[in-house]
Design a binder for this molecule. Structure first.
Ligand code: URA
Length: 435
């Protein structure tokens, strides 16, 4: 079998057999197929799409590139949630402690920043000492002790996704439903969970800008999970503006701590409670989603979710003091306000552009080797429909280097459209699929 033939066939809209897809994934995982050939195949797949048989084969090959975990010796249901990614999308770090405090187990395998979106692993690494690369034995120990452990794809678990994810990030091959489905479902199915809640984002800051595309992606993932015997639900949620008040790794951790104290922005709190509620329901901890909401609220109000976050940080080697004193998180040295040129209403936000601006400040990667500055990011002061005066501050850039400041500033400035009419209101949750 020659890789060049598989690239050519996909380029020409042909179909690959499951054996050919397995060959491609195994070869890339074991470094016998180089980045440039995998990147070419991914671009061909991005353009041509995959057949249902190819998608099943790709997900299966990526899932079995490493170990499939089995927690049957640990009591309790195992559940997880995964988001398709957005700007300021930080709910995992609020939800995981809530759900673990509420009595379910959450073995969460997350990703790094992808494209213009932030990643849970990069956020966690802004906590000094936090180790997202636990060995399998450590992952088990933390999960058994805390009811939750947060790691990334490793050499042992979903290694194919680890490599392909990093390659897609820098080759413009992220925003494709088949590649997203295989990426998410391969690592989630490797987690050994009973149930999965998917947060499929739609809007200007999502990979799926149109709701129909988000629904299509949700359908692919729900079907894939159900086929593997998992309880599944997908919530199509809004990403037409950033979630919460910040985008940037350390800044988002501070915002999560606020949410765990029952404070912070309403959209972050509401969405975290809704997703937790579905986890409680699918994990059979509560008899309904409404009861799940009550339980989630109770976990926050009692301080148990916040205590759980402290415990997880401690067990994974991080500085747990950030929970009581978020000032200990990395802080950028300088700030710059971006102001409105005119008076009016915030009529539109190009949320993807805000995510790109955050990356330009150093909060994301443009090459695989790039390192992230955990302190930088954006603080948002205005939301869709807000009235603004001329010179009102729209957003604040938190930065350490002036090298690309002008570019970031221009991106942020041009993200906000000020007009005479507010856009029609959009719900936080557009639709529920499966469940
Ligand atoms: N999240 C993932 O884990 N993978 C994707 O491809 C997109 C979002």
């Amino acid at each position: 079998m020659r890789v060049v033939d598989l690239i050519r066939r996909k380029r020409d809209a042909g179909e690959l057999t499951p054996e050919e897809i397995k060959f491609l994934i195994e070869g890339y995982t074991h470094n016998t197929i180089p980045d440039y050939q995998m990147a070419a195949w991914l671009m061909a797949a991005w353009i041509r799409g995959l057949t249902p048989a190819e998608l099943a084969a790709l997900t299966d090959a990526m899932l079995h590139s490493g170990k499939v975990l089995d927690w049957s010796d640990l009591p309790g249901r195992k559940v997880d949630k995964h988001s398709t990614g957005g700007v300021g999308d930080k709910t995992s770090l609020v939800i995981a402690p809530i759900v673990a405090a509420g009595g379910l187990r959450v073995p969460m395998i997350s990703g790094r920043g992808l494209g213009h979106t932030g990643g849970t692993l990069d956020k966690l690494e802004s906590i000094a000492g936090f180790n997202v690369n636990l060995s399998l034995a450590e992952f088990r120990r933390v999960l058994a002790k805390c009811g939750c452990a947060l790691i990334g794809q490793t050499e042992e678990i979903a290694p194919a996704d680890k490599k392909i994810y990093a390659l897609r990030d820098v080759t413009a091959t992220v925003d494709n439903p088949f590649l997203i489905c295989a990426s998410i479902m391969s690592k989630k199915l490797a987690e050994g969970i009973d149930a999965l809640v998917l947060d499929v984002k739609t809007g200007s800051g999502a990979f799926m800008k149109r709701i129909e595309d988000a629904e299509y992606l949700a359908g692919l993932m729900v079907e894939t999970g159900k086929r593997m015997g998992k309880k599944m639900v997908a919530l199509i949620t809004d990403m037409d503006q950033p979630l919460g008040r910040t985008a940037g790794n350390a800044m988002e951790i501070a915002e999560c701590v606020e949410a765990l104290q029952g404070k912070g922005p309403a959209d972050l709190r509401e969405l975290s409670i809704e997703l937790s509620a579905w986890m409680f329901f699918l994990g059979e901890r509560t008899a309904s989603v409404a009861d799940g909401r009550k339980l989630a609220e109770e976990m926050i109000a009692s301080g148990r979710a916040r205590d759980k976050f402290r415990e997880i940080i401690r067990e994974q080697g991080g500085d747990e003091r950030i929970v009581d004193d978020p000032q200990r998180l990395p802080q950028a040295r300088s700030k710059l306000d971006v102001t409105s040129q005119t008076a009016g209403l915030v009529a539109g936000i190009d949320c993807e552009r805000l995510g790109v601006a955050c990356g330009v400040l150093g909060g994301g990667r443009e090459k695989k080797e790039d390192t992230i500055d955990p302190a930088v990011g954006l603080e948002f002061h205005r939301r869709l429909g807000d009235r603004v005066e001329r010179s009102a501050t729209l957003a604040t850039l938190h930065y350490n280097s002036g090298a690309r400041l002008a570019e970031a500033r221009q991106l942020v400035e041009s993200s906000y459209r000020i007009g005479h009419a507010a856009p029609p209101p959009r719900p936080l949750v557009h639709k529920v699929i499966g469940g």
